[in-house]
Design a protein. Structure first.
Length: 587
């Protein structure tokens, strides 16, 4: 999430003459943004530092960073033929011949329609709202409010939907009358507003698109990750790489080193050994030859009463991240870094499944044979689970007629009387699978959805945050790699390990454990137990009937050990409560 701050205004046909100018003037006055584009029906304003591509003749602009797909170079300008192609396709060509983190605004001179597109992976933020024939698109809902297009008001039904389906980025947000333009989608403003899904992961996950040779898959992955990381690295003079010594962040660090980028590494440590990964991070930093800063996380650096997501349309920010964010920003200031690189999304693009779906995929594609037996053994070793359990689970998927991925609701600690239409609430075009969809690929695509809300972090509002593994070419390539290859040899992310085997320390490639912030979050919970109880039991969400106060009270009871991962869910509810207070003036 590279964090460009922008507001675009588009006038519908029939909007009152002069209204656009009034809204634009108000917006500029209250938000201190700079007007970079003004056409017949469009006004675009950005923060002074935001990269904008607005060549003459386009009739629009692209806010963010865009790269050419053929050469992986940042686009600084466009030839006349490229401009004509971009306008003629109403922006759709961006998804086919370019990639990056961006929102595009293009006005069609023939129809006077305005087309707004968000990049296919959703790394750029884009919220929208409309009033009196004027539709606004913005990186933050507060800019829509400043424009006078929508009041600052919580949509309690939207908030309940978010809590039920926390990892699903839906068009509906938790703010009244504020929507989110979904990744890979174009909204057209003309005679009203219409949305069109232009990019679908299913195009790349189709059976006919699968790469059937493991060596070819690994080689393509190595090249694509390196090309995308190099392209991103070229946008900044100096960067920080957040590393854990795990596979994903290590691959990003190796990519930065391969690009000869000027960067530093930082790793975070918990007092509990489960979150102490310094040995792996040190081995990585030594291998790539860059300095490593170590930061011990301290619960006193977290203020649970402050919402890190106050500028977002949902409570997506995690309070425990405050400690690491502060250290990262301090290091950036000290060394003059202009961006933070991380391995976010690695588990998602590299298809880290704990499921028998890859076995079902292989049987669907190849039938029952040697390959299926190999995958059965791989999953059994990875799970671990017996051959019988894996085969039985895969059999159910083979027999199922259901193609749509079954996204599960999490109703823990929510009021039992909440009556949301679950199926309708978790609709997303990526979940609508074609008739010949493979169950493993449906789960892979669901993984890509699960990361999107996590890209909206508080630190990205201050320091551009880049997740190279979520670059569109990487995601598309990974979708073409069969699900059974990712668990080859009984190891997760197998193709990624194979691709970077000679670029990383052996300890990282062979590592199977994962560090976890669980102990830090648990310590934060214990320190604030009484405050958490008061905040949730007497808070705004409880008042609105969203929470099961009795269940929360039982779990948080004094001197009682919180069961399992209850404390994680309760901490997320705390984040939601402080978010509601930030929007109601009760903070």
């Amino acid at each position: 999430m590279t964090g460009e701050r922008f507001l675009a205004l588009a006038a519908e046909h029939g909007a009152r003459p002069g209204l656009m100018g009034e809204v634009a003037d108000r917006s500029q006055r209250l938000s201190a943004l700079e007007v970079v584009l003004r056409t017949g029906r469009t006004v675009l304003m950005v923060a002074g530092h935001a990269p904008v591509l607005a060549p003459p003749g386009l009739g629009g602009a692209v806010v963010g960073r865009v790269f050419r797909r053929d050469a992986h170079r940042k686009v600084e300008n466009l030839a006349m033929a490229e401009i004509a192609e971009l306008r003629g396709s109403r922006g759709e060509i961006l998804f086919e011949q370019y990639w990056g983190s961006y929102v595009a605004v293009i006005e069609d001179p023939d129809t006077s329609e305005v087309h707004v597109l968000r990049d296919p992976i959703g790394e750029a933020r884009c919220f929208h709202a409309g009033r009196d024939g004027i539709t606004g698109f913005a990186s933050e809902p507060g800019l829509l409010i400043a424009a006078g297009l929508v009041p600052a008001s919580i949509d309690w039904g939207g908030l309940a939907q978010h809590l039920l389906y926390e990892q699903l980025q839906a068009e509906r947000t938790a703010l009244r009358d504020v929507g989110e333009l979904l990744a890979g989608t174009r909204m057209t403003v003309g005679r009203g507003r219409t949305c069109t899904t232009l990019w679908s992961p299913w195009r790349h996950a189709a059976r006919a698109s699968l790469i059937r040779d493991e060596g070819e898959a690994a080689g393509a992955l190595r090249r694509t990750v390196q090309e995308c990381t190099s392209a991103w690295a070229g946008c900044f003079d100096r960067s920080i790489a957040s590393v854990s010594g795990g596979l994903d962040s290590s691959i990003v660090a190796a990519g930065l080193a391969g690009a000869s980028a000027d960067f530093r590494c930082i790793t975070f440590v918990t007092a509990d050994p489960s979150g102490d990964e310094r040995d792996y991070a040190a081995a990585l930093s030594d291998h790539v030859g860059v300095p490593l800063a170590e930061h011990l996380l301290d619960v006193s650096d977290v203020d649970l009463a402050r919402s890190g997501g106050a500028r977002f349309a949902r409570p997506v920010a995690r309070s425990f991240a405050q400690a690491g964010d502060a250290a990262t920003l301090a290091l950036a200031r000290a060394c003059g870094a202009q961006a933070l690189f991380n391995g976010a999304g690695g588990d998602n693009v590299f298809c880290f499944l704990q499921s028998a779906a890859p076995l079902a995929d292989r049987v669907f594609v190849e039938g029952f044979g040697k390959g299926a037996w190999q995958t059965l053994g791989d999953i059994s070793a990875l799970a671990p689970a017996s051959y019988w359990d894996v085969a039985r689970s895969a059999g159910r998927k083979l027999m199922s007629r259901r193609k749509r991925y079954p996204w599960k609701a999490d109703a823990a600690f929510l009021h039992p009387d909440l009556n949301l239409p679950h199926e309708a609430a978790c609709r997303h075009p990526w979940l609508d699978a074609p008739d010949d969809a493979l169950p493993g690929k449906a789960a892979h695509i669901a993984l890509l959805l699960r990361i999107q809300n996590h890209l909206q972090t508080e630190r990205s509002l201050t320091l551009p945050t880049v997740s190279p593994l979520l670059s569109q070419p990487v995601a598309e390539l990974c979708l073409r790699i069969p699900s059974w290859m990712w668990c080859g040899g009984g190891e997760n992310r197998h193709i990624a390990r194979k691709a970077f085997a000679d670029a990383l320390p052996r300890a990282v490639i062979d590592r199977r454990s994962k560090g976890t912030p669980d102990s830090f979050v648990a310590a934060l919970f214990e320190k604030n137990r009484a405050w958490i109880a008061e905040t949730l039991l007497d808070g705004l969400m409880a008042r609105e009937g969203l929470l099961d106060r009795a269940a929360i009270s039982r779990s948080i009871a004094e001197n009682r050990i919180v069961r399992g991962h209850d404390y994680w869910r309760l901490m997320r509810l705390v984040d939601a409560e402080t978010w509601t207070r930030s929007w109601t003036g009760c903070a």
